[in-house]
Design a protein around this ligand. Structure first.
Ligand SMILES: [Zn+2]
Ligand SMILES: [Zn+2]
Length: 220
């Protein structure tokens, strides 16, 4: 989990430039290069010989005992999330076949589907979709509404890259963002603190078509 944070921070530091661990523009913007880049951003980057140093990109998490405990427990959580559907299927149907069917659908297929949605944020959400908000130079992150619900709001990726520290990714009104709703609930319950939200005015100023951005682009 800490490794994931390190990779993700590096992605923000070098978005769609050399150094980005999973940019779909790695092989250029020609058709062949774009397809190859999409495959790289989706899945291929994990097999590339390109390690991201957690010591360099996530020293704060490595120094936090609670975060280290969560990271160490990750393999156990994975095993549990496969074992629980099997046990539930077995208990509900009273047979091995029910257990295996539940393991297949609520275990393996669920994980595979979720992984592809998460990987699509790295691949598709830098290539297709809308770019209503201003991001840094070279950053091609997009908002892709069809994945909003399945990705728990993560596919409002242009909003996230525009305001990376904001707990909401769906910056515009009406954009479904279940992760932000969970963070908000945890905040109300007192389980989360120092959560960073943005006011509506500040968000509007980051819009690509906001007059202030037009002035910035014109160089005033
Ligand atoms: Zn991104
Ligand atoms: Zn991010």
């Amino acid at each position: 989990m800490i490794d994931w944070v390190a990779v993700h921070r590096r992605h923000h530091a070098f978005t769609d430039r050399p150094g980005d661990p999973h940019s779909p523009y790695r092989y250029g913007t020609g058709l062949r290069g774009q397809l190859r880049g999409l495959a790289h951003a989706h899945l291929g980057w994990m097999f590339a010989d390109d390690q991201t140093s957690a010591e360099r990109y996530a020293p704060d998490l490595l120094a936090d005992p609670a975060m280290v405990r969560v990271a160490r427990a990750f393999p156990a959580y994975c095993a549990l999330s496969l074992a629980l559907p099997f046990l539930a299927g077995w208990a509900i149907t009273g047979g091995l076949y029910g257990g295996l069917t539940a393991f297949l659908w609520a275990g393996l297929i669920r994980v595979a589907l979720l992984q592809h949605v998460t990987w699509s944020v790295n691949s598709l959400c830098h290539v297709i979709g809308s770019r209503p908000f201003k991001t840094r130079r070279h950053d091609r992150s997009t908002n892709l509404w069809p994945l909003a619900l399945l990705s728990f709001g993560e596919s409002w990726h242009n909003g996230h890259h525009s305001q990376p520290s904001c707990a909401r990714h769906g910056l515009e009104r009406g954009q479904i963002d279940p992760s932000a709703a969970v963070i908000g609930l945890f905040e109300r319950l007192g389980w989360a603190s120092d959560v960073h939200w943005l006011d509506y005015e500040r968000i509007q100023r980051r819009r690509a078509d906001h007059p202030q951005q037009a002035r910035v682009l014109a160089g005033d």
